[in-house]
Design a protein around this ligand. Structure first.
Ligand SMILES: [Zn+2]
Length: 171
């Protein structure tokens, strides 16, 4: 009795000690990262999302380190799909990663689901690339920023704009 109880406890410990990913991110990096840790910090952010999201289809991300000047940390474009088979709502754009997840198949072979641009302008941006969420004064925590940018790529995005005196929603 005690032995089977201990075996059950051991199994629970093993299960809780194992990190199971609910989905997979395939990230391609281009450009020059600000330091040797930077891409690992972006991968760490993707791993956090991967532990939360459930999708059978790997999420393809291209991360480009690019000089974006002062005042911009990153920009992200979620590529979109609409009117795919089994789309829940007609004539409605879905972030591609979400559309792929809904259909359970890759709707866009050869295309990124998410394009992320991160600023490698070292004069204007002081990145903290550690994984412990502990940036110094004036530093920007790359894991946090990458979490935010990947969120846009997954569909957490606003598409409102204003040109002159006319506002619009959508594309
Ligand atoms: Zn944002």
């Amino acid at each position: 009795m005690l032995r089977s109880f201990l075996r059950a406890i051991a199994l629970i410990v093993i299960l809780h000690g194992t990190t199971t990913k609910a989905t997979t991110f395939d990230i391609t990096f281009i450009g020059t990262p600000p330091d040797a840790q930077a891409n690992a910090a972006v991968e760490h952010a993707a791993d956090i999302w991967a532990g939360i999201l459930v999708s059978d289809v790997p999420i393809k991300v291209r991360v480009a380190w690019f000089p974006l000047g002062a005042g911009t940390l990153g920009i992200t474009f979620p590529n979109g799909r609409k009117d795919f088979i089994s789309a829940p709502v007609a004539a409605t754009w879905y972030a591609t990663a979400l559309a792929n997840s809904i259909t359970g198949s890759e709707l866009n072979p050869g295309e990124n689901d998410i394009d992320v641009f991160l600023n490698n302008d070292e004069i204007n941006i002081d990145w903290y690339t550690g994984l412990d969420g502990n940036p110094g004064g004036g530093q920007h925590d790359l894991v946090s920023v990458a979490l935010h940018e990947l969120g846009h790529g997954l569909g957490f995005v606003g598409l409102a704009k204003k040109i002159g005196t006319e506002g619009s929603l959508g594309l």
